[in-house]
Design a protein around this ligand. Structure first.
Ligand code: GDP
Length: 323
């Protein structure tokens, strides 16, 4: 990417998009554009096309998405599939029509088959049934990846996709029902300490494994990939091989272990109540990030340090965050 090239970060107000903007600025990129969802509704094709025709970005980070934790995915399945399909097809097609030089599409590691062998390798995508609680979201994200591949194959575009682990960091959604596990639990622990509550309720059995990655590491990986990884210059033995890259931390922990870390960091000494009426979701999810690691990238933020930083950010900025 040229440092003065115009970069559109779709979803720049969200957790991932804002981290990418911070990273781009830190690395000397000067020409970054974004629109709040109140200014541009990416589910509307005509508005999206008009924006691209006006701004003519050179590079696109497609981070705009309808995202949420296990409860939100399970409760609003129609919203998750339709809004993601609309936004990604509008953005990718508009990017193509306006000769965007390179695009990165953000997917997620929750789109792998539920029973895929661990660690998850990129080639395991679409090899088995999906986890039912987030299947609509996963189907939309799989369609987004395939859109990128199809444009690459038919038109020689340079669209790549990445599959991040369970992300956390500043700017997250702290809604207790709809958020992901890290922000929801962080908030529960902070409030329990503040209110002197004797117990915190955690969903599921605590036995599920998740791989957590700080959003600043994720952003660093995304910019790294945009700088060093091309879809159409790779020598491809298989023309149908996908240009997806796992972006993980390289180590997973159980929800129980996460609870222990959160209790320690927030200073909570009360009881943990496990609400086993709530789902555990996929039993284990850890990506094989060797494709990315072999290109020379590594995460820099140790889990406890990242959680501590996120905790301090939450204490300072929670009035600004969704909750
Ligand atoms: P997932 O990684 O796509 O399944 O999504 P989440 O980030 O929502 O993580 C879900 C896992 O965390 C499941 O095993 C839940 O049982 C567990 N969990 C425990 N407490 C909570 C909570 O308060 N909120 C959420 N979202 N998940 C929780």
């Amino acid at each position: 990417m040229k440092t003065d090239g115009k970069i559109y970060v779709a979803g720049h107000g969200g957790m991932v998009g804002s981290a990418i903007v911070r990273k781009l600025k830190e690395k000397g990129y000067t020409n970054i554009v974004g629109r709040r969802s109140s200014e541009l509704d990416l589910t509307r094709q005509a508005d999206t096309e008009a924006f691209f025709a006006e701004e003519k970005p050179d590079y696109v980070f497609m981070c705009a998405a309808k995202v949420g934790g296990i409860y939100a995915n399970n409760t609003y399945p129609a919203d998750f599939i339709i809004r993601n399909l609309q936004m990604e097809s509008n953005v990718i097609h508009a990017a193509f029509r306006n000769n965007v030089k390179k695009l990165m599409f953000m997917a997620s590691d929750c789109i792998y088959p539920r029973e895929a062998p661990m660690p998850l390798k990129e080639e395991y995508l679409l090899t088995g049934p999906l986890e039912p609680t987030n299947r609509p979201y996963a189907m939309a994200k799989l369609a987004g990846i395939e859109l990128c591949e199809a444009y690459n194959r038919q038109y020689g575009t340079n669209y790549i996709s990445c599959l991040p682990a369970n992300l956390y960091g500043p700017g997250d959604n702290y809604d207790l029902e709809n958020g992901h596990v890290m922000p929801s639990l962080l908030r529960k622990f902070v409030e329990a300490v503040e209110n002197d509550s004797p117990a915190v309720t955690v969903w599921g059995t605590g036995t599920a494994y998740r791989e957590f990655l700080h959003t600043d590491d994720m952003a660093d990986a995304c910019v790294f990939l945009m700088e060093h990884y091309d879809a159409n210059t790779l020598e491809k033995e298989d023309p149908y091989a996908r240009e997806t890259v796992n972006v993980g931390f390289g180590k997973d922990i159980t929800i129980k272990e996460l609870v222990g870390i959160l209790a320690e960091i927030t200073g909570f000494r009360g009881e943990i109540v496990w609400d086993i009426t709530k789902p555990d979701g996929t039993p284990r999810k850890i990506a094989d990030s060797s494709k990315l690691f072999n290109m020379g990238w590594r995460p820099q933020i140790a889990l406890k340090d990242g959680i501590r930083q996120t905790y301090l950010d939450y204490l300072e900025n929670r009035h600004k965050y969704r909750s």
